[in-house]
Design a protein around this ligand. Structure first.
Ligand SMILES: [Ca+2]
Length: 234
């Protein structure tokens, strides 16, 4: 499902934050400590709660076997293309909403097509209510994880939970990913939890776009919390 900037709040936010703004997420009520677990397969006809998208420009995504899959990832994955610097593809889930500590085990696999003219890799973002409770527009923050480059054509696993993040309040059309790449301060998840103990993650997933012209990639086995999403053509 495509989610565009259809209301004032979404217009003031971007990307994963928009999943929150259009009410795609559940209220922060009575979370169990760990949330959903296990592996589910996500195909063009079975989203399994991994269907929140916010795509812009000429970016495109397609379930495909063209770039294969990582070990244990079935036959295929989700291919992402951002021909221009302003194109963006996001693919995420709001199924794992809960305390930030729940996201420590997050990870994903990615591969860059050798024909890409960009050396970037798809990133990972978490939309956060910085003080928990009621979600006011000013509470929206984005955690951006920027992966290290990897050799083209090689599936690489990124351990998001043990990595570092830029924490950016979502103001206007600010691009949290671009700002992070440009030198934003990076902190571990534990440092962010210590500074903002009430912070709640509302949505999470992969992000490609914002200065990644010519990047063709694929992502698979996206783990959010304790749940893994195996992306596959079906
Ligand atoms: Ca797969």
């Amino acid at each position: 499902m495509r989610r565009g900037p259809r209301n004032a709040l979404a217009g003031a936010a971007t990307a994963l934050a928009a999943l929150v703004a259009v009410g795609a997420v559940q209220p922060a009520l009575a979370f169990d400590p760990f949330g959903p677990s296990g592996t589910v397969v996500v195909t063009p006809t079975s989203s399994n709660q991994f269907a929140g998208t916010y795509d812009r420009g000429a970016g495109s995504r397609e379930f495909s076997t063209r770039l294969g899959a990582p070990p244990g990832g079935g036959a295929g994955a989700l291919e992402l293309r951002t021909p221009g610097d302003d194109d963006r593809i996001q693919f995420g889930t709001d199924e794992i909403a809960g305390p930030l500590s729940r996201f420590r085990s997050s990870s994903y696999w990615a591969v860059r097509d050798p024909e890409s003219t960009s050396g970037a890799m798809p990133s990972f973002q978490i939309a956060v209510d910085i003080d928990g409770g009621d979600l006011a527009p000013r509470d929206l923050h984005i955690l951006s994880y920027v992966p290290d480059p990897a050799p083209a054509g090689t599936w690489t696993r990124y351990d998001v939970g043990s990595g570092t993040f830029c924490l950016a309040r979502q103001i206007g059309a600010a691009d949290a990913y671009r700002d992070c790449v440009a030198g934003g301060e990076r902190r571990t998840l534990d440092q962010i939890i210590e500074a903002y103990p009430q912070a709640t993650g509302y949505a999470a997933g992969v992000n490609q776009g914002g200065g990644t012209a010519g990047l063709v990639s694929a992502v698979d086995l996206v783990q959010v919390g304790n749940r893994t999403y195996d992306l596959d053509p079906g």
